[in-house]
Design a protein around this ligand. Sequence first.
Ligand code: ADP
Ligand code: MG
Ligand code: MG
Length: 874
Amino acid sequence: NKMVYYFGKTKTEGKGKAKDLLGGKGLNLAEMTSIGLPVPPGFTITTEVCDQYYQAGEQLPSGLMDEVGKAVKKLEKELSKKFGDNDNPLLVSVRSGAAVSMPGMMNTILNLGLNDAATEGLAKATKNERFAYDAYRRLINMFGDVVMGMDHHMFEKAFDKIKKKYKVEDDTEVPAEGLKELCEAYKDVFRKHTGEDFPQDPFAQLELAIKAVFGSWNTERAVKYREIENIRHLVGTAVNVQSMVYGNMGEDSGTGVAFTRNPNTGENKFYGEFLINAQGEDVVAGIRTPQPVAEMPKWNRAIHKQLLEIKKTLEDHYTEMQDIEFTIERGELFMLQTRTGKRTGIAAVKIACDLVKEGLIDEKEAVMRVPPNALTQLLLPSFKTTARNAAEVLCKGINASPGAAVGQLAFTAEEARERKDAGESIILVRRETSPEDVDGMSAAVGILTSTGGATSHAAVVARGWGKCCVAGAGDVHIDEKTKKIKVNGKTLGPKDTISLDGTTGEVMLGSVETQEPKLSGDFAKLMKWADQYRTLAVRTNADSPADSKRARDFGAEGIGLCRTEHMFFEPERIIHMRSMILATDEDARRGALAKLLPFQRKDFEGIFKAMNGLHVTVRLLDPPLHEFLPHDNAAQKEVAGEIGVKPGEVKKRTAALHEANPMLGHRGCRLSITYPEILEMQVRAITEAAINCAKKKIKAHPEIMIPLVGTFQELALLRKKAEETIAATKAAKKFDGDLDIAIGTMIEIPRACLTADEVAEHADFFSFGTNDLTQMTFGYSRDDVGGFLPDYINEEILDNDPFQSLDQTGVGQLVEMGVEKGRSTKKSLKVGICGEHGGDPSSIDFCHRVGLNYVSCSPFRVPIARLAAAQAAI
Ligand code: ADP
Ligand code: MG
Ligand code: MG
């Protein structure tokens, strides 16, 4: 196989070849050359050679250096210079470059080919002694660092000495004499630490450098990076050997980096920085402060104009925003790199839409260009960049739910509610949260916890609402009694304001300025395009009219999961719920339930109205009853007083309801088997709400979902009860119209998947509850998984959190089986998914492939799901 691909005026062999073979940098150097851009000529050694190098036990394949020699000859001819020549030496850079950009790979070596004699020659040929020795000292330094693995510090020390001697601070102020001395000092350092002289033979330098690039492919850092990023198909890195151009030849030279458009805003304006009289990494190294490219016309108007032309050429060729590196040698511009530019979510959307407008890409391509998760940034308020850069960061927790929140501290849920109702903006600070806190959480603009992780109660609830949450901020020490937090030496109380960045996990002091999201314009346009391509419907998980409405604004096409338990936590309702639980006989239970009915009916009416014309899947009561009872003495006493029973009763009942493993306990449909009156009340509320809607010409399409079914008998029994209740309610209300109420089940127990053909006989629809299904398939309690998940990720037992991204190989098989078996009984069975996974792009792709009808996710993820569904379909 061909090992070396030349790029230059004479020929460009790599044009149109695969990135996997030449690496990103190499391929783009060839492409740029072929479209006529000023690229210093050079050649690329393929990734296959890297593979052979390792297969041969870290030996370069025979013949490689011959091919390299031939390519060098071609370079010499094209440039009329000679590699290793003492009078007019050809110098090269040696650059690594895999198919994907990879931090941790080898740094670039510049000015390779110089030695003592050639440096003298270069000084003469360029009539610039200072430049020649500057180039040489850089080579010795980089070669020492990169090829010999020396510590950069050793060189710095020597440089400091020289600067002191010449009484200057800046590298550029050191005179030629000083740089000459520096080269001698560097060679001494090199000898001292490697036991060898700095190699004077340019071909020896080149061979060592090529080996070093290949060696860097398997450094620990590089291997780890590939694992984390799940990069598996690549065989190695390419090596680019490129003739040098010099940005360090004086005030008419320089080097820079730029984006063809603004990567933060997407604005179609050239954006970048440059540095006069500098080479290579100087711009990004922070030794001197570069100038914005907008200032360039003052320095060299022609070069600035040429760069703007190149911007257009590149974008026309790649049809994408580019990130470029360039160098100016004595007033002549050279391109050294181009690649697709990284950008914010906001910029991604704007650029995709602009490129369509400019005719460079079509709508389908635009849909593919935006990573779904990048939309998060567009849907939530965020901190203004300047304000957040100036802010004082108190500490960092887990970025549990993105967004920006500014508020004063509240220490309990009640306090949060009261102060919010009084008009304050509140951040709720808790060690951790529990279902009892939901009202206060909903009142707060942001939530901060000191324990718990990304799947803790606070995190899951906050994400569902699109509310900002920083969890597990261990540096925050909370004293609930004195209403104070201590964080890194600062003490804050209820009057103090903090700002939470749920996107980074940072907690900042004071009020940091925020900006609201814009859902119109380009965002709306992209969403419209996405909707044209997707076949999966996107519903939302919502349990209030306000959430339903918001989700509808985000494009939800129905509710896939309306949880009814949150409805029972509001203050005037929880008392009846507790009375019901504490009741000792069915009559008393029915009495309490009757009081809950009007609340529930009103909720459903509000939701049906908000979702007018769309389907609403209502899940019957799911959590174990003890979750509704208070667990500490004082609260139990209070409840006893409210309900009018002895305090001991509350304690006794709470103790009686205690389960060793409530996740697998008396919950879901099991509650309705034991207490059918709960189901009856809920189904009656749904039916009455539907009747009321029908009377007001609101189109309600309720779907009653029975949770946690593991056997068809459970579903058959409860379906019959529900149907009877619907009929009885209609009769009582003297309503004989058609209500279109479907009855189906949540599939979340493995046995339900295994017997889905039987279950489907009694179901109008299935909805996969993949949170519980994952929990029960792995046997990991999803509330406790945080304790060992980090170890599992570290030890590479798991690639990622299976509660966030569906385990397609394991849990996915059950989903697939459930769909197949279910539809074998009922061909038209409607099937969806309503776990957290319904908003995760890779899980959505899976749902598309196995033929689900819809995914359902939290309101704020609806646009993300719409885009992911479109990408799955394209
Ligand atoms: P990285 O992948 O870390 O960006 P590069 O291979 O792009 O490394 O090299 C870093 C910098 O070195 C380039 O941006 C450029 O400024 C400089 N450089 C590389 N090759 C040359 C060359 N042939 N002539 C001049 N400068 C070069
Ligand atoms: Mg680069
Ligand atoms: Mg469940």
